[in-house]
Design a protein around this ligand. Structure first.
Ligand SMILES: [Zn+2]
Ligand SMILES: [Zn+2]
Length: 148
């Protein structure tokens, strides 16, 4: 498990934007923040149905959270669109394409080096990057996930 992002930080983001942080939005956020598995909108809606959160609300909230940069959109190996909550600070997700387990890394040294090389080769002044890495986790590899 990764440490869930403190809820007060997310409340501050909503307040700054003047968007109400409703009970349903909080439930949806906490579902992502408390899980180290990337989840689809349908899965989150299924998990929160008993709390009275409908699929349309999950859909709208997930869209809102990703627009605010609070959720990252990733894919599993079958191309299913899933979402995962980034850790605090600069990090990138490494996603298992089979079980959707997410591991975070900062990539600092290597990505900085790549940016410097690119800047030199292209003359661009580089101010940012977006990076996701996909693979098969050790558990899934053990179950023959590389072959199926
Ligand atoms: Zn896996
Ligand atoms: Zn980075």
């Amino acid at each position: 498990m990764t440490d869930p992002q403190p809820t007060r930080d997310i409340e501050a983001v909503f307040r700054e934007k003047g968007i109400p942080f409703t009970r349903q939005r909080r439930l949806i956020w906490e579902h992502f923040a408390g899980s180290d598995l990337a989840a689809t909108i349908t899965e989150v809606a299924d998990a929160l149905r008993d709390d009275g959160v409908g699929q349309a609300t999950v859909y709208r909230t997930v869209t809102l959270l990703s627009d605010l940069g609070l959720l990252a959109r990733v894919q599993d190996r079958r191309g299913e669109i899933c979402y995962t909550a980034p850790a605090i600070g600069h990090s990138h997700p490494l996603i298992c394409g089979v079980c959707r387990k997410v591991v975070r890394f900062d990539g600092n040294g290597d990505v900085k080096e790549l940016e410097a090389r690119l800047a030199e080769a292209t003359g661009f002044s580089i101010y940012g990057h977006h990076l996701e890495v996909y693979g098969i986790c050790p558990d899934c590899r053990g179950k023959g996930g590389t072959e199926s």
